[in-house]
Design a protein around this ligand. Structure first.
Ligand SMILES: [Zn+2]
Length: 181
């Protein structure tokens, strides 16, 4: 183990997540560097490049920091940010958890849990936020009909759009834009 790796473990450095993993020989558990579990004794620590390497050596994934999830594989890509970017780009399409999971090469279940842990929202809630934000902008700034706005932000059903819009803003889309239909 290198000195900087040990410092990353000691300081729970999230910048090292995905860069390496460490196992604790006395417990048989492996973690990502940012794990908040008690700092192990240095002489018991083994360092691995990937979660697969740690598992191949007989270590089990920590229940707390979930080092085995796809988000920490490879070069520490920030999967939650990738999901957000995908949603921002494609909210007008029929995006579903399955579509997102497929893009991220992750199971829908893992994606849902990872996203919620990282952002405090489910992917569906975030998608709806983006759709509503864009709908408000279009209602304010364009002359498009409410039907067109609904379609543009990914709703196939106008009454569903109106219901969701009303529940979030307390106004119908028409009221929101000041009476213009
Ligand atoms: Zn851990």
């Amino acid at each position: 183990m290198e000195e900087r790796q040990w410092r990353a473990i000691e300081s729970c450095d999230s910048g090292s997540d995905g860069v390496f993993f460490y196992g604790v020989r006395t417990t048989g558990i492996f973690c990502r560097p940012s794990c908040k579990s008690r700092t192990p004794k240095r002489e018991n620590v083994s360092v691995f490049a990937t979660a697969e390497d740690a598992m191949a050596q007989g270590f089990r994934a920590c229940k707390r920091c979930r080092p085995e999830e796809a988000v920490w594989r490879g070069a520490g890509g920030d999967a939650a940010a990738q999901v957000q970017a995908l949603i921002e780009k494609r909210f007008g399409e029929g995006l579903s958890l399955d579509v997102l999971a497929d893009e991220l090469k992750m199971s829908p279940h893992h994606l849902h849990r990872m996203f919620k842990r990282e952002t405090g929202q489910t992917p569906g809630e975030f998608l709806l936020d983006v759709r509503m934000r864009e709908a408000k902008r279009l209602l304010r700034e364009t002359e498009w009909s409410v039907t067109d706005v609904a379609g543009q932000v990914g709703f196939v059903n106008l009454s569903h759009f109106s219901t969701v819009f009303h529940s979030r803003t307390g106004q119908t889309p028409t009221q929101y834009r000041g009476g213009r239909p």
